[in-house]
Design a protein around this ligand. Structure first.
Ligand SMILES: [Zn+2]
Length: 82
């Protein structure tokens, strides 16, 4: 998802988020967040392999700088953020 100057983006609670500046100019950004009511991060994502939303963990991809989300039930990669 690309966000232009003056725009904003909202992430749902529990959705992993990361911003990257692909332009040449310096970015000034404001991030607002709210604490979860209790407990640790409960990251759920759609897993094609399992056919449902499953608990996921965030790991660094073995092949480089990207971060990946991995299904904790079957080990499949469910997302890549680079
Ligand atoms: Zn799975």
């Amino acid at each position: 998802m690309a966000v232009e100057s003056g725009e904003l983006v909202r992430f749902a609670p529990g959705e992993y988020q990361r911003g990257v500046n692909r332009g040449d100019e310096r970015v000034v950004a404001l991030a607002l967040g709210a604490p979860r009511e209790s407990g640790a991060l409960d990251l759920q994502r759609d897993c094609e392999n399992c056919g449902e939303r499953t608990p996921n963990s965030i790991e660094r991809a073995p092949d480089g700088e990207a971060l990946v989300t991995v299904c904790e039930d079957c080990g499949a990669e469910t997302g890549r953020f680079d």
